[in-house]
Design a binder for this molecule. Structure first.
Ligand code: ADE
Length: 247
């Protein structure tokens, strides 16, 4: 069970994305819940729904004001009633990965604060944010897509969300390696045959073949990941053969 609470200026963007496909089914089943809170609803009375203002010190771009963000957060935090992790989506945060997804999937409630415009007043961030998170080294127009990326990755770790309980453990990153290539019918397509081992019925050889392809892909695409993986003697042998082929 996981309850997501998203503070945003674009609630319909979050709701639309999350009600689709596997996350949508998980909500129908009650395994995850989604509450979107429109920060604009917490604008200060005299500002007529506006929640941004000019940057002190000058410079282009508007800044989201502290008070509406704080009020929207407090409306959620008070209802939850105990301390809850609050993620702020920002390129200045720790870079999101599968380990963080597991760590965040452990709790019952998560609040996401999505910034927009050029930024959010630092003072409110100091008071409410527990986890500043980036989804990668590029700049987006707002925190909504990153929040959806995180909620998607976290949702599929919530028990019952994936129909085949195996599929969460055999995938890329769960064992520190990239996933092996997969095939389905027909066995010949565009003159390309499925690797014969996969149709041999020899499960031990299939497992070894898949492990070798995982090692090979990781070596070619993401060699830095290999430094953190536990390798068996057979893995080392396979890797040395792959390295030889490379030269
Ligand atoms: N907001 C804008 N760009 C972002 C990124 N890369 N990660 C998280 N939040 C962001």
């Amino acid at each position: 069970m996981m309850n997501f609470h998203v503070l945003t200026l674009f609630p319909e963007m979050i709701a639309g994305g999350m009600h689709t496909s596997i996350t949508g089914r998980a909500m129908d089943k009650g395994l995850i819940t989604l509450e979107t809170v429109n920060i604009r609803d917490f604008a200060e009375e005299h500002r007529k729904g506006r929640v941004d203002d000019y940057s002190y010190g000058g410079g282009a771009g508007m800044i989201m004001q502290a008070e509406p963000v704080y009020r929207s957060w407090k409306s959620v935090a008070d209802r939850i009633g105990h301390p809850v992790r609050t993620v702020f989506l920002t390129p200045q945060g720790r870079v999101f990965n599968q380990r963080m997804a597991h760590e965040l999937a452990d709790g019952e409630d998560l609040i996401f604060l999505c910034g927009h415009y050029e930024g959010v007043d630092e003072r409110v961030l100091e008071e409410i944010v527990t986890d500043p998170v980036s989804i990668g080294d590029y700049v987006l127009t707002g925190g909504e897509l990153p929040a959806m990326v995180m909620m998607d990755a976290i949702s599929r770790l919530v028990p019952g969300v994936l129909s085949n309980s195996d599929s969460a453990v055999t995938e890329s990153f769960e064992d520190g390696l990239l996933e092996y290539p997969q095939y389905t019918r027909p066995d010949i397509w565009h003159h390309k045959q499925v690797p014969p081992i996969l149709t041999s019925g020899d499960h031990a050889r299939v497992d070894r073949w898949r492990r070798d392809r995982s090692l090979e892909r990781t070596f070619r695409m993401r060699p830095e990941l290999l430094e953190k993986v536990q390798l068996s003697p057979q893995d080392r042998k396979a890797l040395s053969e792959i390295r030889v082929q490379e030269n």
